[in-house]
Design a protein around this ligand. Structure first.
Ligand code: ATP
Ligand code: MG
Length: 434
């Protein structure tokens, strides 16, 4: 490895240090050149003086924005320098030169629209604020996985290519699989359940799901990072919500504790949701929307975007950034249902975080006969689910789980307007590149 330390690790009392990174900024003041070098952890100022180091001063005249350089130097305390320390160079080396001009400014805080940023994503990813999003994301998801590892969940991988979907046909991406039609996976749901039948008891997957939705919103993308969880021997869906609540709290706490620099760069004041997340029924949610806001969702069996936002504001005012809505009236055959007369309350929940759906989950129907009945009532093509029905028919413990949109979680935690800012190389109906 090339010898170097991070800019954040430079000790003002050290005799000499080596750092390396991109040239963030050059300021030429006659006999004095200030070179600001950027690495993953921050910035450092290197001061080249014509009188003190004439040869290096000569060499740095050719420096250009975004060149990759390595500098050896003596740290000196300095009030004006970012981080309070600068380097007096003793060696300067260019590892690679950057072309100019740059199609996107890295160091200057100029307002660029998201689409231009994404068109030039390779450069946009270099910006300290953009890097902060992905550093935060990495810390968040490491902490999330850590929680499940410690609780004894098995880390699984389910296939991304399948014969059919877990949900509907319209949202599937067809692909050619050798000489057959196949689809990109919409959700690992059916496979997670098969693993419950197989006795794996508790599993999680950090995976990918594809949705061919024709959207133009700030919270949808075509390729989604999904965090999926499934656990067996539950009493009911409350056990699943408990897992979701505790793991989310743990992950957010880890960000508050370990990503101070990132939160600072993003100008986010993040609080850990320490209090119990409220759990309200779907009917209570509708009542609240009607009485508090005079709002009626268009589809009376689901909350709409506006409804989620209004309820989010209502609970935020009471100090709850997250809450569950439980017991939707009309749900998929794989959710267990509580039926009373004509009333159906499925054991499905949504978690709303910062006014936006973050996950859907619930208790599954593990009684295959009952599930097949519901499939028939709903007119679901059973042929598409034979492998699943069969797998569950050989003894399946009560179980439940959820799928959480990782990109949406990062969007909310990092305070981003658009979900695409939370994804390195996002995909939407118009974007396949870079
Ligand atoms: P929505 O109603 O918000 O479109 P959904 O109910 O269709 O979401 P689910 O099938 O419940 O989505 O998927 C579980 C989670 O995956 C969602 O709660 C969300 O966080 C995330 N998710 C689903 N679809 C998308 C998408 N197109 N883009 C980004 N995240 C998504
Ligand atoms: Mg959902």
């Amino acid at each position: 490895m090339i010898e170097r330390i991070h800019t954040s690790e430079v000790d003002p009392d050290a005799d000499e240090v080596a750092i390396a990174g991109h040239v963030h900024e050059i300021r030429d003041l006659g006999g004095l050149v200030f070179l600001i070098v950027r690495d993953r952890e921050g910035l450092i100022q290197v001061v080249f003086k014509e009188e003190r180091e004439p040869e290096l001063f000569e060499a740095v005249q050719d420096a250009g924005s975004e060149d990759v350089v390595r500098v050896v130097g003596k740290p000196l305390e300095s009030d004006q320098a970012p981080g309070g320390v600068e380097l007096a160079p003793t060696a300067y080396e260019v590892l690679d030169e950057a072309d100019s001009p740059l199609p996107l400014e890295i160091s200057k805080d100029v307002d660029v629209d998201l689409s231009t940023r994404l068109d030039n994503r390779a450069l946009d990813l270099r910006k300290p604020e953009t890097l902060a999003v992905f550093s935060l994301r990495s810390k968040l998801m490491t902490a999330m996985e850590e929680w499940f590892d410690e609780e004894g969940f098995v880390d699984i991988k389910t296939p991304l290519i399948s014969k059919g979907g877990a949900e509907g046909g319209a949202e599937l991406f067809p692909i050619l699989y050798y000489d057959r039609d196949a689809f990109l996976s919409q959700s690992p749901q059916l496979y997670k359940q098969i693993l419950m039948a197989a006795g794996y008891e508790a599993v999680y997957e950090t995976g990918t799901a594809f949705r061919a939705e024709d959207f133009a919103t700030s919270r949808h993308v075509s390729e989604i990072a999904m965090f999926d969880v499934e656990l067996a021997y539950i009493e009911d869906h409350d056990d699943v919500m408990d897992v979701q609540e505790e793991s989310l709290r743990h992950a957010i706490r880890a960000v508050v504790e370990n990503a101070e620099r990132e939160l600072d760069l993003l100008d986010v004041d993040l609080t850990v949701p320490e209090e119990d997340f409220p759990r309200i029924t779907f009917d209570e949610a509708l009542d609240l929307l009607e009485t508090e806001f005079g709002h009626f969702p268009e589809d009376p069996t689901d909350l709409d975007t506006k409804g989620e936002k209004l309820l989010g504001e209502h609970f935020a005012e009471q100090g709850h950034p997250a809450f569950f809505v439980v017991g939707y009236p009309d749900e998929k055959f794989y959710y267990m249902q509580d039926v009373e007369g004509d009333e159906i309350a499925s054991r499905k929940f949504d978690l709303i975080y910062e006014g936006q759906e973050l996950s859907s989950g619930g208790q599954r129907e593990h009684d295959v006969e009952r599930m097949v009945e519901v499939m028939e009532e709903e007119g679901v093509e059973q042929a598409n689910f034979e492998f699943y029905i069969e797998a569950l028919s050989f003894g399946t413990p009560p179980h439940g789980g959820y799928g959480l949109g990782i990109d949406r979680l990062v969007q909310q935690v990092a305070g981003l307007d658009n979900i695409k800012e939370a994804i390195m190389f996002p995909r939407d109906p118009n974007r396949l590149e870079p």
